[in-house]
Design a protein around this ligand. Structure first.
Ligand code: HEC
Ligand code: HEC
Length: 535
């Protein structure tokens, strides 16, 4: 009831605000009116001394921009440490909450830069048009750009701020051989405002929707590189209009328990930001609810080691029957395995295709536990998994041998530890492929998922061999996790150099006398001292 009233109120205010040309100032249907009032009062109290309230609820610069909770946190951090703003933790929370809901991004506007919020390590850089990668993607990821919405006039002010704060910017490699300032101060703000405008239909629609209630029972599955696939159930309860508690009863594919719990705040109606424990580790959760609140996806990562984490995919246990995943996702011919089919509403008999016999051992809210026998002559390739009337393709593969190993990521950066700064580790996994002959003798590489392998490192080139990078840069354990050495001058190295390194990470899988080998490139470099929420 409460929500309906507030959305009526916000519709009225939105209409007035559009007339004023300040559509952002209106409280969104996202938040209860009292919360919106407290947020507005906090911005008036702590920001308006410098950001003039030019119309009711409209603050110079602040109201001409939309971004994520992380984006707001970063700007306000700068207001604190450069411009002398002081806020208590509570005031900060109130302001971030308010601005994220009143001036946030719609789900479709998050998509391009989501990898940065999820802190995915070694993620390929975002591809943006014009000369944006050279102009704006040298010092930080382009996600910072793609997660901001403002008019050309504000983009120009942001560029002015960059040049004021970082005057060396124009002389850096990448800038000095082009007319950086000329481009940045003329055409670029206009292009940026076209790509990332303040006003959008997506946001206008989204901001007037009351947030979905995410409470309930959820089927979860995911993959943690180096640790494996996991699955189970999440029990989510709502503790206030924007807060949730969750309890996780999960297992790794091998059956080992992987339980946890968390407390989360949901911003902008869909941005789940949780803190809790998973498998005994402290973790952060950066998840996104789908527009109808029926699915939650994202990534969790270890507190203090955001490079280590896993994917998360959850759907409600109620809803149309669905096959979501199979663990393990690859079965070798001539073997008997315990297999879990993750999904909901899975009734009826199981069919994994010719040459595979399965028996249901147990039915669980998250799916079925099967005993599966793959005949020695079963055909290799992807299999369609059928349970009763529903099916899933490409979720399961049969193989005879592993033809190729691909180490992922193919290129990674690890960073030395130093003093109070934790090292940045690098997690690798070896993805197996088997070749299958398809129609017209076309060879199809069938992805088998992460395979157990033996891990080792080698020098990347002659220079790295001469410097003995393998000895100094760190160690690779048998889970494919590279643990970098300590930073700082090392008297044992030539010229007391830092423990940086240029390495190959090698995965080897032996069957009898045959070996399949995969390689990735790893750079072990110096610390990064500034680690903002959007890298
Ligand atoms: C003491 C003066 C002062 C106060 C108080 C202040 N700001 Fe700012 N703010 C500035 C200045 C100066 C700039 C322009 C330079 C810059 O961007 O750092 C700025 C720029 C901004 C921008 C635009 C820049 C961008 O990158 O998005 C936003 C948004 C902003 N401030 C938000 C806030 C919020 C929210 C508060 C209240 C918590 C606040 N400011 C309080 C001085 C202030
Ligand atoms: C010389 C390195 C450098 C280049 C080049 C650069 N940036 Fe930045 N940018 C930074 C740094 C450093 C910050 C963080 C400033 C802070 O919050 O203290 C930043 C912050 C930002 C932010 C977040 C602002 C905020 O208030 O939190 C955006 C958006 C952004 N940059 C966009 C751009 C765009 C657009 C370009 C190209 C025109 C660009 N950057 C080029 C260094 C750079």
């Amino acid at each position: 009831m409460h929500w309906r009233v507030s959305s009526l109120i916000s519709c009225g205010v939105a209409a007035a605000a559009v007339l004023l040309g300040t559509a952002n100032a209106a409280p969104a249907a996202m938040m209860p009116p009292a919360v919106a009032r407290a947020g507005l009062a906090a911005v008036q109290a702590h920001c308006s001394a410098c950001h003039q309230e030019t119309a009711p609820g409209h603050f110079a610069r602040i109201s001409e921009e939309r971004k994520t909770p992380e984006g707001w946190a970063m700007t306000i951090f700068r207001m604190e440490h450069v411009h002398g703003v002081t806020l208590t933790a509570k005031q900060l929370r109130i302001i971030i909450r308010y601005l994220s809901d009143v001036q946030g991004l719609a789900p479709s506007e998050i998509r391009a830069g989501r990898f940065a919020l999820e802190r995915r390590p070694n993620h390929a850089i975002l591809k943006l048009p014009y000369n944006l990668p050279v102009m704006c993607g040298r010092c930080h990821s382009l996600a910072r750009v793609a997660l901001t919405r403002q008019p050309a006039s504000e983009w120009l002010k942001l560029i002015n701020f960059h040049v004021g704060q970082f005057p060396f910017l124009e002389y850096q490699d990448g800038s000095r051989d082009i007319h950086w300032w000329k481009i940045a101060s003329t055409q670029l703000p206009v292009e940026l405002a076209k790509l990332f405008p303040l006003h959008s239909v997506a946001w206008r629609r989204w901001r007037n929707r009351p947030p979905a209630d995410l409470a309930g029972e959820w089927v979860v599955h995911g993959h943690a590189p180096g640790r494996g696939d996991y699955y189970g159930t999440a029990f989510i309860t709502r503790t206030s209009w924007d807060r949730y508690r969750a309890r996780y009863v999960l297992h790794y594919a091998n059956g080992a328990a992987f339980n946890g719990s968390s407390a989360a705040i949901v911003y902008t109606g869909f941005e789940w930001r949780g803190t809790g424990t998973l498998g005994g580790n402290s973790v952060h959760e950066v998840y996104f609810a789908s527009t109808n609140g029926a699915r939650i996806r994202g990534r969790w990562f270890l507190s203090g080691h955001s490079e280590l984490g896993g994917d998360w995919d959850a759907v409600r246990t109620t809803g149309a029957p669905k096959v979501m995943a199979v663990m393990p996702r690859a079965l070798k011919v001539g073997t008997i395995r315990r297999v879990i089919v993750i999904g909901r509403g899975l009734g009826g008999s199981v069919d994994l295709g010719p040459g595979i016999h399965s028996r249901i051992l147990a039915r669980r809210p998250y799916g079925l536990i099967l005993s599966v026998h793959v005949n020695a002559d079963a055909a290799p390739g992807y299999r369609t998994v059928r349970v009763g009337d529903v099916q899933g393709s490409d979720l399961l593969a049969v193989y005879r041998h592993v033809d190729r190993l691909q180490v992922e990521p193919a290129f990674a950066i690890a960073r030395l530890g130093g003093g109070t700064l934790a090292p940045v580790d690098a997690q690798f996994q070896a993805i197996g492929y088997t070749n299958v002959h398809g129609a017209h003798d076309k060879v199809i590489a069938v992805r088998l998922g992460a395979m157990p392998v033996t891990w080792s490192v080698e020098p990347f080139n002659a220079e790295a061999a001469k410097r003995e990078d393998v000895r100094f840069a760190g160690t690779l354990n048998q889970d494919g996790l590279f643990l970098p050495a300590e930073g700082g001058p090392d008297p044992k190295r030539q010229f007391s150099a830092d423990n940086t390194g240029d390495l190959y990470v090698v995965a080897t899988r032996r069957t009898g006398n045959a070996a399949v080998v995969g390689k990735a490139h790893l750079i072990v470099t110096v610390q990064r001292w500034i680690n903002p929420p959007i890298y």
